[in-house]
Design a protein around this ligand. Structure first.
Ligand code: GYE
Length: 311
């Protein structure tokens, strides 16, 4: 290597950023896609990305963040499993002058200068879109809903519950008769749905299942089938994420309504980080991704689109 190119490559190395990403875990298909998109977005930009798997436990995330601080990374990305309890470790990052970016879930802190921005959808709206769809679909007919909530204490579970409840608030014909967490996983979604079915006259009292994510809905669909009922007909479904399997279920007539969520949360966070490093530009406190309702008629087109989205 010539002296010049050696100097250039060391300059490039000195400039290139290292980001530590404390990820939730691998609870859902959407989560896996988000991780894979984060890797490719980092690679595109020449950013070194270190990912720590939190295995759905905040204590693991706190440890990972501390280790990123000790390593002196340029920035820390966190997809916060739960909404509260972040102050102490974020103070430590602030003292170390390491900017923190939140991905896909929000937190509640008194001092919002503890993080740069949160890249997330309007999760209340997501729940509302499913609720509005059901209100229209029922057109005054009675409907008993069972709800599969996401991880207890996760901002997205709190918001998706709220939005759906708001949408059905003025329609006494639609009632939530049971609501429990399925922790955003297929297996827990199936297990909880089985218990709902048993408790509700072998599922005959249930008109719709509202799941806070697709994986739990897919688990519920399995439970409905095993109980001898037809998902998508005997029991309607509504869920959030837009993973390929939910569109496949729609095409098979086994799922009814879905709100799509982009798995590209890291891209906007990298953009904000790069701008900040370049000239100190502060991003808006929230970077919102789009939320749209999809029904079976567009399932094939959506499925085709998913191929290059990290799935
Ligand atoms: O919808 C779900 C995942 O936080 C937005 O977490 C994310 C949610 C997503 O487990 O599938």
């Amino acid at each position: 290597v010539s002296a010049l190119s050696a100097a250039m490559s060391s300059a490039a190395l000195a400039d290139s950023l290292t980001v530590g990403f404390s990820q939730v875990g691998s609870e859902s298909g959407w989560r896996a896609a988000e991780t894979s998109v984060a890797k490719s977005e980092a690679q595109k930009r020449g950013i070194t990305l270190k990912i720590a798997d939190g295995q759905q436990k905040q204590e693991n995330q706190i440890k990972a963040v501390r280790s990123f601080i000790a390593q002196g990374v340029d920035a820390i990305f966190i997809a916060p499993i739960v909404q509260t309890g972040w102050e102490p470790v974020l103070e430590e990052a602030k003292d170390a002058k390491i900017p923190v970016f939140l991905l896909d879930r929000a937190i509640t802190v008194k001092d919002d200068s503890l993080y740069m921005t949160v890249v997330t959808a309007d999760n209340v709206l997501e729940g509302k879109l499913i609720g509005d769809w059901l209100v229209k679909e029922m057109d005054g007919k009675p409907c008993n809903v069972v709800e599969l909530q996401g991880t207890v204490g996760a901002s997205v579970a709190i918001d998706r519950k709220k939005g759906f409840a708001e949408a059905i608030a003025k329609t006494p014909n639609i009632k939530i008769i049971r609501s429990q967490s399925g922790d955003f996983t297929r297996s827990k979604g199936k297990e909880v749905m089985e218990s709902f079915i048993k408790a509700e006259n072998n599922g005959k009292n249930i008109c719709m299942v509202y799941a806070h994510n697709d994986d739990m809905a897919i688990g519920a669909i399995q439970a409905i089938k095993e109980a001898g009922l037809k998902p998508g007909k005997d029991i309607l479904t509504g869920s959030i994420d837009g993973v390929p399997d939910i569109y496949k279920a729609m095409l098979a007539g086994e799922a009814n309504a879905n709100v799509e969520l982009t798995p590209n949360m890291a891209g906007p966070a990298f953009d904000a980080l790069e701008k900040f490093k370049k000239d100190g530009t502060l991003p808006p406190k929230i970077v919102r991704t789009e939320s749209k309702l999809f029904l079976p008629d567009s399932a094939q087109a959506e499925l085709d689109k998913k191929k290059d989205m990290g799935y």
